[in-house]
Design a protein around this ligand. Structure first.
Ligand SMILES: Nc1ncnc2c1ncn2[C@@H]1O[C@H](COP(=O)(O)OP(=O)(O)OP(=O)(O)O)[C@@H](O)[C@H]1O
Length: 533
């Protein structure tokens, strides 16, 4: 089972938790025996023995409470560690995910994985495992305690135990389906909430902010419905187990009554036996219930594993020095679309050449750049860099050479420095140089905290032109061999746009392919070619 993958990494802590559980449980059970002895003493009117047995029981119970408390502290720390291990595993796989694979889900789905799903694994997986561990200890220690009173109890315990443990297996499939429904509805809900808030600006201008509440409430109703259904299923399983347990406890009561009647045990032992026997059955109920809860989190792991395992099998991770991009008979159609885009397009972009791509809206300009950057892979025809077919190259390797700046560059909720370096080691001198090239120098001079100025997510505290230039600056800092610009200067005034375009054109080694809707004559003159789609 996948949760054991994570538990196995912490064997020593698990042994400690197990040992504390056994110690605590032994104390609790001996405590019950002393309680029975105290009762028996008072029946015989032996006050001294009653106090002695009573006090011993109190001490034993205190030890049990302290050990339980200590155990839950250790368990809670360990659960957090394991939650983070799962998050790390998913994040690590994201480092090599293909562009298409990532976009096969809405980004809020990943948010839901790392929040809702991990919370569910924590509460229904790891917590249930620890409860199971103490249940097993409770069952074994309590059964052993009962056996010291009479071996005949063991027969009833074994039959009852099997019935209680296996009762939920009748509900296994229905429970699994219900838990899959809960996980997918939770992720849909996160997606709707995200989408509604992301659309705030558009809804605000349309005076339709009430739509946010409407969509969220409609989706929340679904969450409620599947959770209620899930609780009904869980409740039915519990009811079945509790009925079996009640039957078994009655059997133990009858058996104990018979032993007392036969003078084989005294009234004190009868009292302890019934208390300890209820411990066995409670342990069995918890074991059975939690085992089915653990099975319920399996679909979450299956979902993670399926997503993670279907990575692309491209082998090539180094590229030739020749950066000529040769396209032959290229046609693409989106998996969810019907039309053929770029019908049999053939063209060669020379290494170091400067190109503009023009064409009416919808002709496939952005699609072409997405293919050239390796983001879209399922094309027909051939695309080669330095004579090597793209299909044989790992798409992430292509991004080492090719930088693509799309129409909507993302600004992180972090400093200007981070937004430029993205964690790369780059000197301040180099940052200043690129800021000068992208005409951001005078803007930087006005920032009180300079490179350490905080930018907000999506760059809400920036103009469209500033966002474009920051994105261009961080792209140039990667020293791309090929720069693909999708309307990269559209938000700039013509003077600034011209200055930046000329700076890019003067980078001799770099191939520049830029989509533009407004090809100014002075730009067209300086280009090697204008590709019309
Ligand atoms: N993710 C997608 N799924 C399905 N169809 C898409 C997708 N993206 C684009 N298309 C379709 O592909 C066609 C080409 O789109 P593309 O964005 O490449 O055109 P474009 O020439 O860049 O347009 P624009 O100048 O308006 O940006 C369009 O008909 C568009 O509807």
């Amino acid at each position: 089972m996948p949760i054991y993958r994570y538990l196995r990494n912490h064997r020593i802590l698990l042994v400690i938790i197990f040992a504390i559980s056994i110690g605590g449980q032994v104390c609790e059970n001996i405590g019950y025996i002393y309680q029975g002895n105290a009762l028996q003493s008072i029946i015989k009117l032996d006050l001294n023995a009653f106090i002695r047995f009573g006090l011993t029981e109190v001490v034993l119970m205190l030890i049990y409470f302290v050990s339980s408390g200590a155990n839950s502290i250790v368990q809670s720390g360990l659960k957090q560690v394991m939650d983070n291990e799962i998050r790390n595993d998913i994040s690590a796989k994201m480092e090599s995910i293909s562009f298409e694979k990532f976009h096969s889900n809405n980004s809020s789905v990943y948010t839901s994985w790392l929040t809702n799903d991990i919370n569910q694994i924590n509460s229904s997986g790891f917590s249930a495992f620890f409860t199971n561990m103490s249940s097993v200890v409770m069952i074994v220690v309590s059964a052993a305690t009962l056996a010291t009173v009479s071996y005949t109890y063991l027969v009833t315990l074994i039959i009852g135990g099997l019935l209680i443990y296996f009762a939920p297996f009748f509900f296994k499939k229905i429970q699994q389906r219900s838990s899959e429904r809960v996980a997918s509805t939770n992720s849909e809900f996160t997606s709707v909430v995200n989408d509604s808030f992301e659309g705030f600006n558009s809804l605000y201008s349309l005076n339709a902010l009430h739509i946010i509440g409407q969509r969220i409430i409609a989706s929340a109703q679904n969450v409620k419905k599947v959770n209620v259904r899930n609780s009904i299923i869980g409740g039915s399983v519990n009811l079945a187990i509790n009925l079996v347990s009640l039957f078994c406890q009655l059997a133990i009561l009858g058996q104990t009554g018979w032993l007392v009647y036969q003078h084989q045990v005294n009234v004190g032992a009868l009292f302890s036996s019934i208390t300890v026997a209820s411990g066995v059955f409670n342990g069995l109920i918890m074991l059975s219930y939690n085992s089915s809860t653990i099975r319920g989190v399996l679909p979450i792991f299956t979902k993670f594993d399926q997503f993670i395992s279907n990575q692309s099998g491209h082998e090539l991770t180094t590229l030739p020095s020749d950066n000529t991009v040769k396209i032959e008979n290229l046609t693409y159609h989106y998996p969810n679309g019907t039309e053929h885009i770029l019908n049999q397009f053939t063209y060669t972009f020379q290494s170091g050449g400067k190109y503009a791509v023009i064409g009416e809206s919808g002709r496939g300009k952005s699609t072409l750049l997405n293919i050239l950057t390796g983001r879209l892979t399922g094309y027909e025809g051939s695309v080669m860099i330095g004579g090597i077919e793209y299909r044989t190259i790992d798409p992430l390797t292509l991004t080492k050479k090719i930088v693509y700046l799309d129409q909507d560059p993302y600004i992180f909720d972090d400093t200007l420095r981070f937004n430029l370096t993205i964690g790369r080691e780059i000197s301040d001198e180099m940052l200043m140089e690129v800021l000068k090239e992208t005409q951001l120098e005078s803007w930087l001079a006005g920032l009180s905290e300079g490179l350490n100025t905080k930018l907000t997510q999506h760059g809400d505290n920036l103009s469209g032109g500033q966002r474009q230039r920051i994105a261009l600056a961080r792209g140039l800092l990667g020293h791309p061999a090929i720069l693909l610009l999708d309307e990269g200067t559209s938000a700039l005034n013509p003077v600034m746009a011209n200055a930046i375009e000329q700076m890019l054109i003067h980078r001799k080694e770099m191939t520049l392919i830029m989509i533009t809707h407004h090809l100014r004559p002075e730009l067209a003159e300086t280009l090697d070619d204008v590709v019309a789609l």
